[in-house]
Ligand binder design. Sequence first.
Ligand code: HEC
Ligand code: HEC
Ligand code: HEC
Ligand code: HEC
Length: 201
Amino acid sequence: MKRGIGKWVASMLAAGLGVFAAQVSAASITGSPHDFSGAGWGSNQVCIFCHAPHNANGGTPLWNHAATVATFTLYSSQTLTTLTMAQPGGVSKLCLSCHDGTVAMDSYATRTGTEKMLGDGMLGTNLSNDHPIGFTYNAALAAADGGLVTPASASLVVANVPLYDAKLECSSCHNVHDNALGGFLRKSNAASALCLSCHTK
Ligand code: HEC
Ligand code: HEC
Ligand code: HEC
Ligand code: HEC
C-alpha cells in the first residue's frame, strides 16, 4: 500500500516535472516579439540587437544597441510619496532606446538603422501616463506611503519582482527575455497579482 502511494507520488512528480520542463523550454526570447532574427535587420541572430560578446556598443549588460538621448516627461502626482523622480537611467533607459520611438530598433553595433517603433508598443517620450520608474523603492518609502509592501531587499520586492539597486525599473514588471506569460510579464497579473506584489490595496 505504502509502496503504491509512493509510486503514485513518483508518477505525479514526474508529470509535474514534465509540465515544469515544458514551461522552461517555452520561457525563451526565441519566437517572441523580441526575436528579431527574421526581421531582415542585417543579422539573423537573436541577441545581437541588444548584446554583443565583444566590442559592444557601450554600457552593461554588454549593451549593443544605440542609446536614447531623449528628455522624458515624468510621472507626477499630488499623492506620490516619492519626491525625487529622475530621468530614466539603468535598465529602463535600455528599454526606452527602442520603446520611446526616437531610436531605430535596427541601430545596433556600428549600424544606423531606420526602423523606428510605431503602434501600441511605442510609449513615446511622455511617461506621465505610465507607471513611474527609475526611483528608489525601499523600506523608508513603504513606511512613508503606508500602502506598499516592504521590499525584501535592494534587489527584490517579493519572489519574481526584482529591484535594480533598490530602484523600480521596467524590468521589475517585465522580463525582456521571456514571453511565456504574455506581455513579457514577470508574474501573471490575473486578479492584479502583479500590482498586489507591491501595493497593499
Ligand atoms: C530586446 C533586447 C534584448 C535581447 C534581444 C536580448 N536581451 Fe539580454 N538583456 C536585455 C536587457 C534590457 C537586460 C538588462 C537586465 C534585465 O532587464 O533584467 C538584459 C540582460 C541580459 C543578461 C544579464 C542579466 C540576466 O538576466 O542574466 C544576460 C546574460 C543576457 N541578457 C543574455 C541574453 C542572450 C543570451 C540573448 C539572446 C538569446 C539576449 N540576452 C537577448 C535585453 C535583451
Ligand atoms: C531592440 C529594440 C527593443 C528593446 C531594447 C526592447 N524592446 Fe520591447 N519590443 C520591441 C519590439 C519591436 C516589440 C514589438 C512591438 C509591437 O509588436 O508593436 C516589443 C514588444 C514589447 C512588449 C509587448 C509584448 C507583447 O506581447 O505585445 C513589451 C511589454 C516590451 N517590449 C517590453 C520591453 C522592456 C521592458 C524592455 C527593456 C527591459 C524592452 N522591451 C526592450 C523592441 C525592443
Ligand atoms: C508596475 C509594473 C510595470 C512597469 C514598471 C512597466 N510596465 Fe509595461 N506593462 C505592465 C503591464 C501589467 C502591462 C500589460 C501587459 C498585458 O496585459 O499584456 C504592460 C504593457 C507594456 C507594453 C505593451 C503595450 C502596452 O502599452 O500595453 C509595453 C511595450 C511595455 N509595457 C513596456 C514597458 C516599458 C518600456 C517600461 C519602462 C519604461 C514598462 N513597461 C514599465 C506593467 C509594467
Ligand atoms: C515593483 C513594485 C510595484 C508594482 C509591481 C506595481 N507598483 Fe505601482 N507603484 C509602486 C511604487 C513604489 C509606487 C510609488 C508610490 C509613491 O511614491 O507614493 C507606485 C505608484 C503607483 C501609482 C501612483 C500613485 C500616486 O500616488 O500617484 C499607481 C496608481 C500605481 N502604482 C498602480 C499600480 C498598478 C495598477 C500596478 C499593476 C499593474 C502596479 N502599480 C504595480 C510599486 C509597484
